[in-house]
Design a protein around this ligand. Structure first.
Ligand code: CTP
Ligand SMILES: C[C@](O)(CO)[C@H](O)COP(=O)(O)O
Length: 220
């Protein structure tokens, strides 16, 4: 079996409000994205790595790789308008069959254990999507009111989201919809059942400035 990982870093990181792309910000001794790529590179499954970045960032990435002597092999692909288009561009770079993990560039703290489990589960069940239970109470907003929701019926979805390539190829032939905020939503719409597995609270997505501070703390 052949294994792949598409690391999506094609976003612009508006919520981070930093002139430096958030995937390039320093976390410990190297940029966030180098932690993410290294995590997959060191996995037992030895996936082939495809990195998706906005074309405006390709030169800066090459420069960073030189500056940090970063030698993890990867294929660099152009990002698209939405995350959906970035994943689709990454997918188009893969020709054969196998299992693909799709992972946000800005989730650098993903553990080896979780990466292993998503590949194993996807190989057994067709796909594996990580999630955690909410620990806060949750309310639905409607006009000027809000109503409590039963949080036992909710999960918070993370990446990696890992699939047999055939599922992903079929799913990503669909036209883009605004509600396709992750890969599970695209694959589900194509008619496949989503297999949830337990994610990790430390597998945070660096979205706001506070997330990077927390990641620094968790890295120690
Ligand atoms: N056109 C896009 C948009 C997002 N992503 C990637 O999808 C992941 C999750 O997205 P998010 O955290 O929202 O990143 P941004 O879109 O960069 O952030 P923001 O929404 O704050 O602009 C990130 O690794 C991001 O780079 C991508 O590959 N291509
Ligand atoms: C893919 C994702 O990280 C799963 O939680 C999430 O949907 C990305 O959302 P964003 O709005 O692009 O950050």
């Amino acid at each position: 079996m052949k294994y792949y990982a598409i690391i999506v870093g094609g976003g612009s990181g508006k919520r981070m409000q930093n002139p430096v792309a958030k995937q390039f910000l320093l976390l410990g001794n190297q940029p966030v994205l180098m932690h993410t790529l290294s995590a997959f590179y060191h996995s037992n499954f030895k996936p082939e790595l495809i990195l998706v970045l906005h074309p405006d960032l390709h030169q800066q990435w090459d420069d960073l790789c030189t500056q940090y002597n970063f030698e993890v092999p990867h294929l660099l692909v152009r990002g698209g308008e939405q995350r959906f288009h970035s994943v689709r561009n990454g997918l188009m770079a893969i020709k054969g069959d196998g299992i693909i993990a799709i992972h946000d560039a800005v989730r650098p703290l993903v553990s080896q254990k979780l990466i292993t489990r998503t590949y194993e589960e996807a190989e057994e069940n067709g796909n594996a999507v990580c999630c955690i239970k909410p620990s806060d109470s949750v309310r639905r907003l409607k006009a000027d009111q809000s109503k409590i929701i039963n949080r036992d019926e909710l999960v918070l979805v993370q990446t990696p989201q890992t699939f047999e390539i055939s599922q992903l190829r079929k799913a990503y032939q669909q036209p883009y919809r605004a509600k396709f905020t992750d890969d599970a939503s695209v694959v589900e719409k194509a008619g496949f059942k989503i297999n949830l597995i337990e994610g990790e609270r430390s597998n945070l997505k660096i979205t706001f400035p506070e997330d990077l501070e927390l990641a620094h703390f968790l890295l120690r």
